[in-house]
Ligand binder design. Structure first.
Ligand code: NCD
Length: 343
């Protein structure tokens, strides 16, 4: 996706920081990231009071969203669903293609075009990469295009997760200069984890950030991300040994083994216990470091870690709902309604 495709409604002038389709994390620039994080924080403050919650529900009461999630999802689905409802939107959903006309042989394009006849935004998660981009391209050719939000495209990208991860990092380091200058470890199945892949594409927006990839060789970060980091002079190193780097890290972002993408049980050939965190690893971690995880977790985070103040993943999942409200506010160009509030 180009910047134009992802940020402009065809035929309509929008400001440079406008947002229409959300397909690819690469199009997000720092001013928009900062604006979205600020919006998320403002919205959650407004929602705290019943009167504020009612105000939010009156922002988009006549708008409708389609949640087309044909790949399993708990958090992304629920946080988008609830983000829509917070703004008073109504939602329709397809979660199982067996219940749609796909089983009658309807093409993907015709399905998307049909959804767009009934709703004002389509949020979609698919097994195959590239589907959201394909839907956005289709929208750009029809008379009543609606924005497409990529809620996970195969093992490729998950841009709104990357936004909520940026929000979580920024909030966690708000008393220490924000994300700039931090050392961020990314651990686990980096090859097939779309969350870490998308997050890496946002790092060019922050100064002096360095990345440490901790992964089994077979599941190392892919070359598209590595080349992007080199192109933007973002320092990174790769290791298989968490204990050699953990004390340097400000944040450790852990991911599970994405075994659903196995072709020949390759995940079973790896000792993934080396890429997990428990009390021993925590004892080596900075006192003010943070542990993140997009969830769901496997055995890579011991449940005793949940009690540690550095465990950020439950807050991270809640941040996701507020960030998705912020994304919807931008797409519907009503962010000014929140920005003008005197909080
Ligand atoms: C992630 C996903 O679906 O990519 N979960 C999420 O959206 N919060 C991470 C994962 O499944 O490992």
């Amino acid at each position: 996706m180009t910047q134009r495709d992802a940020s402009k409604k065809p035929g309509k002038e929008v400001q440079s920081t406008g947002l229409f389709h959300v397909i690819d994390p690469q199009v997000f620039q720092r001013p928009l990231l900062d604006e979205l994080c600020d919006l998320a924080t403002r919205v959650r403050a407004v929602a705290k009071r019943a009167e504020g919650a009612r105000f939010l529900q009156n922002l988009l009461p006549t708008s409708r969203a389609m949640l087309y999630f044909t790949q399993p999802s708990t958090r992304t689905f629920l946080s988008f669903d609830n983000a829509c409802h917070i703004l008073g939107m109504s939602t329709s959903e397809i979660r199982n293609p067996a219940t749609s006309s796909e089983v009658k042989g309807e093409s993907f394009e015709d399905g998307i075009r049909t959804f767009s006849s009934y709703v004002d935004v389509i949020v979609m998660r698919t097994q195959e990469p590239g589907r959201a981009a394909q839907a956005a391209q289709l929208m750009d050719t029809i008379a009543r295009p609606v924005p497409i939000i990529n809620a996970g495209s195969g093992s490729d990208q998950h841009p709104t997760q990357a936004l909520l991860d940026i929000y979580t990092l920024g909030r966690s380091f708000s008393d220490r200069g924000g994300i700039d200058g931090k050392i961020i470890g990314l651990m686990g199945d980096l090859k097939r984890g779309r969350t870490v892949r998308s997050l890496c594409y946002l790092m060019k927006n922050y100064s002096n950030v360095s990345l440490v990839f901790i992964a089994p060789k077979q599941f190392a970060m892919q070359s598209d991300v590595i080349n992007h980091l080199k192109e933007h002079n973002i320092p990174f190193k790769e290791t298989e040994k968490l204990n050699e780097v953990i004390s340097d890290l400000d944040a450790l972002y852990i991911t599970r083994m994405q075994s659903e993408w196995d072709e020949v049980n390759e995940s079973q050939a790896v000792d993934f216990t080396k890429f997990s965190v428990g009390p021993k690893e925590l004892s080596l971690f900075k006192e003010k470091g943070i542990i993140m995880h997009p969830l769901p977790r496997g055995a890579e985070i011991d449940t005793t870690v949940d009690m540690d103040p550095r465990a950020m993943y439950w807050r991270q999942e809640r941040n996701g709902m507020w960030m998705r409200v912020a994304v919807l506010l931008k797409i519907f160009q009503i962010e000014g309604q929140i920005q003008k509030l005197d909080l």
